[in-house]
Design a protein around this ligand. Structure first.
Ligand code: NAP
Length: 256
């Protein structure tokens, strides 16, 4: 049975970095790259056409991931790694976003992640790993990044509980919680809203995040936080009152 990795959000940023890293894994014979941008996926796949396979899919549309399930079934594969990196945020208050924008963020960041896990788990065996990309934003409610932060809190909780549920089957689930990363995310999050973050503290490249996440997954950790600032923030969020942390966020972004 061919051993594969499945990566959503593979056309850009952190997902693309996971494609690069997993190409070095000897037990991964093929990598399935998922995103909506065919051109970007094709350009990446051209680097290694025998191992990189593209699947153009909008993971936010209900039912689309079923098609991936059918492809997995037909291909007789074992999923060694599932990386759910597809996701986005939108800056602004509840009224700066349309109902459709708010719902779509939930469809992709929450429902898409759950559906991908449920679709791939039947094809995963002992020693397989799921990496779900949450965020440091999952640790505290964030006014003016409200829905995004809430979706990432879901991903973190869901992943850690799923890790326990899958322990007996020898499959690890890691919630990856990056701080700000220099990817397409920030430009894509802009809505022109008055209250948009302008301070991207300790922004980092995605390569370190991906490397640590993969290391953490391999040793069976259910959580991966890269960098000193995110680790301190994560620790603070465990002990400080959430109201204080929300005020701190508002002050940091000069919303107060
Ligand atoms: N950058 C940050 O500051 C930061 C911080 C913490 C967490 N994160 C999380 O990290 C993950 C990766 O984001 P990134 O920073 O790498 O941003 P990015 O460069 O914008 O990458 C996002 C990826 O998701 C894909 N995508 C978006 N909508 C999709 C959809 N409906 N269906 C399938 N694929 C879709 C995009 O490809 P297409 O457009 O081609 O579909 C792209 O490959 C996200 O879950 C994000 O929430 C980012």
């Amino acid at each position: 049975m061919k051993q594969i990795a499945v990566i959503t959000g593979a056309s850009s940023g952190l997902g693309k970095e996971f494609v690069r890293l997993l190409q070095n894994e000897r037990d991964v014979q093929e990598i399935w790259l998922i995103a909506r941008s065919k051109d970007k996926l094709d350009a990446i796949a051209r680097q290694d056409p025998h191992r990189l396979k593209t699947v153009v899919l909008d993971c936010s549309v209900h039912g689309n991931i079923e098609k991936l399930g059918e492809m997995l079934k037909a291909a007789h594969v074992s999923v060694r790694y599932l990386v759910n990196s597809a996701g986005y945020g939108k800056f602004g208050s509840f009224c700066d976003l349309s109902a459709e924008q708010s719902r779509n963020m939930i469809d992709l960041n929450v429902s898409g992640v759950v559906e991908m896990c449920l679709t791939c788990i039947p094809y995963m065996h002992r020693g397989s790993h799921i990496l779900n990309i949450a965020s440091l934003a999952s640790t505290v409610p964030l006014p003016y990044l409200n829905i995004y932060a809430a979706t990432k809190a879901f991903v973190r909780h869901y992943s850690r509980a799923l890790h326990v549920e899958l322990r007996d089957r020898g499959i690890s689930v890691t919630a990856v919680c990056p701080g700000w990363m220099d990817t397409g995310f920030i430009a894509n999050a802009q809505t022109g809203a008055k209250k948009s973050p302008t301070v991207f503290a300790a922004i980092t490249k995605p390569d370190g995040v991906a490397k640590k996440a993969l290391r953490d997954a391999k040793i069976g950790k259910d959580l991966s936080v890269y960098g000193v600032f995110p680790q301190l923030t994560y620790a603070a969020a465990k002990i400080l009152p959430q109201k204080f942390l929300m005020e701190n966020w508002l002050r940091m972004q000069k919303y107060r």
